[in-house]
Design a protein around this ligand. Structure first.
Ligand code: GLN
Length: 278
């Protein structure tokens, strides 16, 4: 039995555009038809069956209710690669690519570097580092089993070797020393209005906020990192746009030296690095 033809690509896109942005409409329909947006433009008069019409109006409804494009498409690009994402993981952010650049430079091409990624989520940092730094051995932890399932799937898909451990920060990690520890922890303060705006409303709250002053996870990581670092080993953490001073103070109080503060392309200090030299 053939499905009833009730509409065309052009008509579907026109209907969608009354509720969502045209570019988003093209991406959603392209996703449903497994076609590029260029293909859609070249086949505007092509018929679309009823099932696609129904699926498209469901996606348009969810998008117009604010659901992030990354969750509707099931994918987000990070550092040039596609990562599967579900509502169990934070959507990879462009500013987090800064951490990759910093770590790549620190690791260089010499001996094997043991790297730990704390709170890996989709695995975007750990997997990217595994693929970019061929001399690195990566361990990645997350407290969320569903998040780790997404990360494992991404590692497999992208052919990256990462050792994943379900762990609340360091708690379940077997004793070992790391040359580099990286983290993009939850650093949004409880009650921050951003949590109830845009994409953040749909993301796992535990990946965004510490349910406290925004520094609780950073404080924990900075306090415990020294016992997990090899001599001269580095810690690099992403932090909030207004946390540079507080993170510097935490690093100093924990005995770190050589503190580095890196800003993103918007000029905002986004990432702190430091090591223990004595
Ligand atoms: N950068 C994210 C945001 O402000 C927060 C990510 C995080 O808490 N690690 O949307």
């Amino acid at each position: 039995m053939t499905a009833t033809t009730i509409t065309t690509i052009a008509a579907l896109l026109a209907t969608a555009r009354t509720r969502i942005a045209p570019a988003e409409a093209r991406l959603l329909l392209g996703h449903l038809l497994q076609r590029s947006t260029a293909w859609l433009e070249a086949h505007r008069d092509e018929p679309v069956d009823e099932a696609v019409d129904r699926q498209m109006s469901a996606l348009v409804g969810r998008r117009s209710a604010g659901e992030p494009m990354a969750y509707l498409l099931g994918v987000r690009e990070f550092y040039g690669r596609d990562f599967a994402v579900t509502a169990d993981v934070l959507i990879p952010r462009p500013e987090t690519e800064l951490l990759v650049d910093i770590v790549k430079e620190k690791v260089g091409v010499g001996e094997t570097a043991h790297i730990l990624d704390l709170g890996t989520g989709s695995g975007c940092l750990a997997i990217t580092l595994a693929l970019e730094c061929t001399n690195a051995q990566i361990t990645a932890v997350d407290v969320s089993a569903p998040a780790l399932a997404v990360a494992r799937r991404n590692a497999q898909q992208l052919d990256a070797r990462v050792c994943f451990v379900e762990s609340n920060w360091f708690s379940a990690l077997p004793a070992q020393a790391f040359d580099l520890i990286v983290a993009n922890p939850p650093y949004v303060a409880a009650g921050d209005p951003h949590l109830s705006e845009g994409d953040l409303r749909f993301e796992p709250q535990g990946a965004l906020t510490d349910h406290a002053d925004g520094l609780a996870a950073l404080r924990h990581i900075i306090a415990h990192t020294p016992t997990w670092l090899s001599p001269q080993g580095w810690l690099f953490c992403e932090h909030g746009y207004d946390q540079a001073g507080a993170v510097r103070n935490l690093l100093q109080a924990a005995g770190f030296t050589d503190i580095e503060q890196h800003h993103d392309l918007a000029g905002i200090v986004r990432c702190a690095g430091a090591r223990i030299t004595n």
